[in-house]
Design a protein around this ligand. Structure first.
Ligand SMILES: [Zn+2]
Length: 222
């Protein structure tokens, strides 16, 4: 187990948030005043386009250094991330948590046909069993895939010691109390999301973005 120090102090926590926000803004990952459809199918005006972050390895590395620092108070054996987008963040965070003496393994879960997150790769369950696991997630809007990943780790006999999100889109719904494990995040961005039938952006006739998010699926089925 990689023994760590203490949590970042409150001043540093604010700096971590600010730095993470700046990195996302710098790479153009924060899209405003649009009309987007998230993974959950809900509509929103602001969207985090993590793809532009992940195609920039230097910025991705900076973000995952901050994620590792944010979790510096936890003793962690293994990092687990849900497919697909969070795999890169999970891997680099695990790298940043590793020391000269000890490597923190990086694993990922995948969706099964029922929408659950499961370990499909050989050996993953054995690595997780009985270990202290940090879950890394990119952006969480409903917390569903985070919840499913927690369940997968627990089903494999792992102990979830924390979950670190790059962006928390709904801090009321996604937090340590609701998830039952300590939840940390770099950036919080509580942006309202709407059911398509109650979306004010739809009502205003604003076109749905098809280039990012799940807008393409939505507009082609209409
Ligand atoms: Zn809409």
């Amino acid at each position: 187990m990689v023994q760590r120090g203490t949590d970042p102090d409150p001043t540093r926590l604010l700096e971590i948030q600010r730095e993470a926000f700046e990195i996302l803004a710098e790479v153009g990952a924060i899209l405003r005043e649009g009309h987007f459809v998230g993974t959950s199918g809900r509509h929103m005006e602001i969207y985090i386009n993590k793809d532009v972050l992940l195609r920039n390895p230097k910025s991705t590395e900076r973000i995952t250094k901050l994620m590792a620092e944010r979790c510096s108070g936890i003793d962690i054996d293994v990092v687990v991330a849900p497919s697909v987008g969070a795999i890169i963040l999970g891997n680099r965070t695990a790298g940043n948590l590793s020391t000269d003496e000890e490597v923190v393994p990086s694993l990922y879960t995948e969706k099964d046909p029922d929408g659950l997150q499961i370990f499909k790769r050989e050996g993953s369950v054995e690595i997780v069993k009985g270990q202290r696991v940090l879950i890394v997630e990119d952006t969480a809007a409903t917390g569903l895939s985070l919840r499913r990943t927690i369940e997968a780790v627990q089903a494999a006999g792992g102990i979830v010691v924390g979950a670190c999100l790059m962006v928390n889109r709904d801090t009321k719904r996604i937090n340590s109390t609701t998830m039952g494990v300590p939840v940390y995040w770099l950036v919080e961005m509580d942006v309202p999301t709407y059911d398509r039938n109650e979306c004010p952006l739809c009502a205003a006739g604003r076109p749905i973005a098809v280039g990012v998010g799940h807008g393409k699926t939505e507009t082609t089925t209409e």
